[in-house]
Design a protein around this ligand. Structure first.
Ligand code: PMP
Length: 505
């Protein structure tokens, strides 16, 4: 006999049904099959399932509650308790019960070190925490009304097509509009070059899955986007950090690594996350020449495209210099992260493999959201939206910089960010950025320390602060809290130093 809980009861069993039901529910709660707050079926339903009187089930639920396994709420039902009693180890294992050895069952990829960096920073956040760490627009900058209209239009006009699977390379109207949008930014592409992806995170994932075997070397900046490190580590890549200066990556180091056999080089030429620098025109040309000489593809992540805040204009994208460059971008930072829509423009010869990989990974990006975004772009909503967000980001950046100048200890300096939504503050080597992150968190401001982004080798020690996710008043308060945290950690560091006058004999 099978019940609505999936429990099989033996109707011929000679122990009373009450006991079986009680024990089976306890076993499922203790093994985690019924997690905390899981709602048990109403007594009436379960009684019908197991062909017994409702009073028997009521009694089981009452006894489970008395033993602390469940809580019942009047008018709502019976729920597994938040912290039910654990199984004591010496009990005979119950059929189907007991946890499997998950720690030894997880894949090497799931245990890759970068995946746990964020959690290892640890610490509980205060409810009023100001985020100088989130890299997405604050809700007031999201064009919800305009987008709702586009979504409704997509549903009304496309009907079933908007609710079906999309072609693996993305719907044709959106690919055409993205190609036009890229042309505006100086990237020559036709609709046939564009593959729509589920966020640009997936674009990088597809490229890595298509090109990288476990143990292949992948060159990245010595301090780079944490999401890329996670993804490369899951793929089993050997991640090699290349140092850079104000012009871009150190070419001699790249050449050395290239000679040792690298599979690809990943960079964000217009705005390196997290350090915000951009690659000079000369260095871009040198990189393209190196890529051809060494036979190593360049992967260009243009996540902050259109977020040039000072109107200094972007330099020529690598993809515009060379059709062999794999280029990708996203609508997450400049428009709506929840779209999860990005795009990749890859060399023609690589495109079929990337499309097949896309099909294998997710059977296509949401058609509904693609149609809605296509409508948003074709109505010309993007240009005024970009003007508004750029103005607001500029205002926020300037306010944050001014507040940092006021509140950070004298001598702390940073490069004014011309593009993107973050600024990088280098920290002195002696300053423990992990401790600074913890102290800042304790004082109610979230920041991202360099430990999240480092690859090894020559380290860029510092903090990344974003200015997109909070309004001006909270950014200013965030800078004040960070200033207090910075001073406290410096004080602690000084008092831990050995007194200077001790003579070593
Ligand atoms: N690249 C970089 C440099 C990023 O910072 C991010 C997100 N923060 C991404 C790619 C991925 O973003 P999405 O998947 O939302 O497009």
């Amino acid at each position: 006999m099978s019940t609505s809980l999936g429990i099989k009861l033996d109707p011929r069993a000679d122990e009373p049904l009450y006991r079986q039901l009680f024990d089976e529910i306890v076993a499922r709660i203790q093994s985690g099959t019924f997690p905390p707050r899981y709602r048990l079926p109403p007594t009436r339903v379960l009684a019908r399932d197991v062909a017994t009187h409702r009073n028997t089930v009521v009694r089981v639920y009452q006894d489970l509650e008395a033993a602390g396994f469940v809580v019942s709420r009047v008018g709502q039902g019976t729920f597994v308790a938040d912290a039910p009693p654990a199984a004591s180890g010496d009990e005979t294992p119950v059929r189907h019960g007991g946890a499997l050895p998950w720690a030894s069952l997880t894949s090497r990829g799931a245990r890759a070190e970068p995946l746990s960096r964020g959690e290892r920073l640890g610490g509980a956040r205060r409810p009023d925490t100001i985020s100088l760490s989130a890299m997405h627009p604050s809700p007031d900058l999201l064009p919800d009304d305009l987008f709702r209209r586009c979504l409704e239009h997509a549903l009304r006009t496309q009907r079933g097509k908007a609710l079906a699977y999309a072609p693996r390379e993305g719907i044709a109207p959106l690919r055409t509009l993205v190609a036009e949008d890229l042309a505006r930014q100086g990237i020559p592409a036709s609709a046939d070059d564009v593959v729509i992806t589920t966020g640009s995170q997936q674009a990088l994932d597809l490229v890595v899955r298509t090109l990288v075997n476990p143990d292949d070397a992948v060159l990245v900046n010595e301090t780079t986007y944490h999401g890329a490190l996670s993804l490369l580590a899951v793929a089993g890549a050997r991640i090699i950090g290349v140092p850079s200066d104000d012009e871009g990556p150190d070419l001699a180091a790249i050449e050395r690594s290239g000679r040792a056999g690298a599979k690809l080089l990943y960079r964000m030429p217009n705005c390196q996350n997290p350090i915000g620098c951009r690659i000079s025109q000369e260095r871009r040309e040198a990189l393209v020449a190196w890529s051809h000489a060494a036979g190593v593809p360049l992967v260009e992540d243009d996540y902050a495209s259109d977020l040039d805040l000072d109107g200094s204009g972007s330099l020529t994208p690598l993809r515009a210099l060379d059709g062999e460059v794999i280029y990708f971008g996203t609508y997450s930072k400049k428009l709506i992260p929840a779209l999860r829509i990005g795009y990749v423009v890859c060399p023609r010869a690589l495109r079929p493999a990337v499309c097949q990989m896309k099909q294998a990974m997710d059977l296509g990006t949401s058609a509904l959201l693609q149609y809605a975004l296509a409508e948003f772009l074709s109505r010309g909503y993007l240009a005024p939206h970009l003007r508004a967000v750029r103005t607001e980001y500029r205002r926020r950046r300037d306010a944050l910089e001014e507040a940092l100048r006021r509140h950070l200890p004298r001598g702390v300096e940073w490069k004014h960010p011309e593009a993107g939504v973050a600024l990088w503050i280098p920290a002195p080597d002696a300053l423990d950025v992990g401790a600074l992150h913890a102290e800042a968190q304790r004082l109610g401001v979230a920041v991202s320390p360099s430990t999240l982004y480092e690859v090894g080798g020559a380290l860029r020690h510092g903090l990344r602060l974003t200015f997109c996710a909070e309004p001006v008043s909270r950014l200013v308060e965030g800078a004040r809290r960070l200033g207090r945290a910075w001073a406290a950690v410096e004080r602690r560091g000084r008092s831990a130093e050995p007194p200077r006058h001790i003579e070593v004999v």
